[in-house]
Design a protein around this ligand. Structure first.
Ligand code: DUC
Ligand code: ZN
Ligand code: ZN
Length: 455
């Protein structure tokens, strides 16, 4: 046996119990109590929680965006992931006009492979159908392990938006190929109209980022995506849900039995739009923007009820000097914030504070994303699965600061936030990659996860 973790409280989505986990060849080979086999390394986890590694299924690493490139590349982003208990990262390569899906993903895989410190997978953003050739490639992309395609209903000027006709074609083709369509839902025309008005009025502080994309701007597009997906009966995954009205519409369709999944992000659960009134408001600028208290309350209710399926980060940090481009004009602020290292500690801290159960935190951050996105070897402490394991000290309080994070960015919206309980070790396929505050993994150890098609 390579590794034996003894006497921890093992947390699964369905149950918790005190027990031991034995690991060999990167896999969980036995779970029980009083295991006595010889192991190269034995860890006493008495008083600790033993959790499956999280899957952050929404990141933008080394992403060209907003006139620059996001501040975490594949190395620093996955290094930070390891240190926050994330053992699989899903990034979003962007297919551009004239490019194929596999061509797009392979270019990113080449960048990621030598750098990845944890396992990784890709969704692919579809921005142009190339006269239909891209749709014809869906089946091959699924065979390659890409079983989710993302459409942006915004970013028109950036050439990333798809129209409704394209969206429906993607929904249908994805379903036929055994894939799911992910949606970034905001209405571009309303945003443009609001921006034009605010510019004319000289209203250019970060607060107007929020006011140009308020609740109803997201809700319209959420509802439109739900409308199309339910009309053609195709699976839909709404990324970074942030508003109550859209959430309610998606939840209603889910409750009727449609194949709809909802993701939100920690920034929408922790902050309200009031952050945009702060002196450093620009640092919180992401799209969709953080909404009002009513939306935040609705998100937490849906987290608790199970209507929200996953929590992921939309990790897309930019350096302070880049955020400063928009000091006097919110339209020049690169959109995105950091979060990859904070996801699991934040959700587990919510469990530690009895806001949700630890089982629910595990379901949201590990088990559900693995199931929705076709990763049968990930997301749960179960015999036969990869030994992606986090040992968590529920008594260790940590105050988040850019100083103790492991990314390449120079500031974080999470600065000063105290989380109750913290990961003390992370294992990827049985290999220790994070140990008590230090990254101890190896760039290039992370493997590409070829995902399974939906049944
Ligand atoms: N939103 C962001 O804030 N950043 C990256 C892409 C996105 O949709
Ligand atoms: Zn998005
Ligand atoms: Zn995103």
């Amino acid at each position: 046996m390579d590794l034996l973790i003894k006497n921890g409280t093992i947390i699964k989505a369905e149950e918790s119990f005190v027990g031991d986990i034995a690991v060999s060849g990167g896999k969980i080979v036995c779970i029980g109590t009083g295991l006595t086999m010889q192991a190269e390394q034995t860890v006493d986890a008495t008083g600790m929680l033993v959790l499956p590694g999280a899957l952050d299924v929404h990141t933008h690493l080394a992403m060209p965006f907003g006139g620059t490139v996001s501040a975490d590349g594949y190395l620093s982003g996955t290094r930070a992931a390891a240190c926050g208990g994330v053992t699989t990262v899903f990034d979003y390569p962007l297919q551009r006009k004239g490019q194929g899906i596999i061509e797009t993903v392979e270019a990113r895989k080449k960048m990621c492979d030598p750098e990845a410190c944890v396992d990784y997978a890709f969704h692919c953003c579809i921005t142009d159908l190339n006269g239909g050739a891209v749709l014809d490639e869906f089946q091959d992309a699924v065979s390659y392990g890409i079983t989710s395609f993302k459409c942006f209903l915004v970013y028109k000027k950036e050439g990333m938006m798809v129209d409704d006709g394209t969206l429906v074609k993607v929904l249908l083709k994805a379903k036929a190929a055994g894939a799911i369509t992910n949606i970034h839902a905001e209405n571009p025309d309303l945003i443009d109209m609001n921006i034009e008005q605010f510019k004319n009025e000289g209203k250019l502080s970060a607060w107007y980022h929020y006011l140009s994309r308020p609740e109803f701007v997201e809700a319209e597009a959420d509802k439109r995506a739900v409308h199309w997906a339910t009309s053609v009966d195709a699976p839909l995954y709404i990324v970074h849900m942030a508003d109550k009205e859209g959430l309610t519409a998606a939840a209603a369709a889910k409750a009727k039995g449609y194949d709809i999944y909802i993701e939100t992000c920690p920034q929408y659960l922790e902050f309200t739009c009031d952050v945009y009134k702060r002196e450093d408001g620009r640092n919180f600028v992401c799209s969709p923007p953080i909404k009002g208290q009513e939306s935040q309350d609705a998100l937490w209710d849906a987290i608790k009820s199970g209507m929200i399926d996953t929590v992921a980060t939309d990790h897309c940090p930019f350096q302070s000097y880049e955020k400063d481009w928009g000091k006097d004009d919110f339209t020049k602020i690169p959109n995105g914030c950091a979060g990859i290292e904070n996801l699991y500690p934040y959700m587990l801290s919510a469990a530690n504070e009895d806001k949700i159960t630890f089982n629910r935190a595990v379901a949201l951050c590990a088990t559900n994303p693995a199931k929705i996105f076709g990763c049968p070897s990930k997301g749960s402490l179960t015999v036969g699965k990869d030994a992606d394991i986090v040992i968590y000290d529920p008594k260790k309080d940590v105050t988040i600061s850019v100083q103790n994070m492991h990314s390449d960015y120079d500031h974080t919206i999470w600065e000063g936030k105290m989380v109750h309980g913290y990961p003390i070790q992370t294992y990827v396929r049985g290999k220790l990659v994070y140990d008590n505050g230090k990254f101890v993994g190896e760039p290039g150890f992370g493997q590409y996860i070829k995902r399974e098609p939906r049944k």
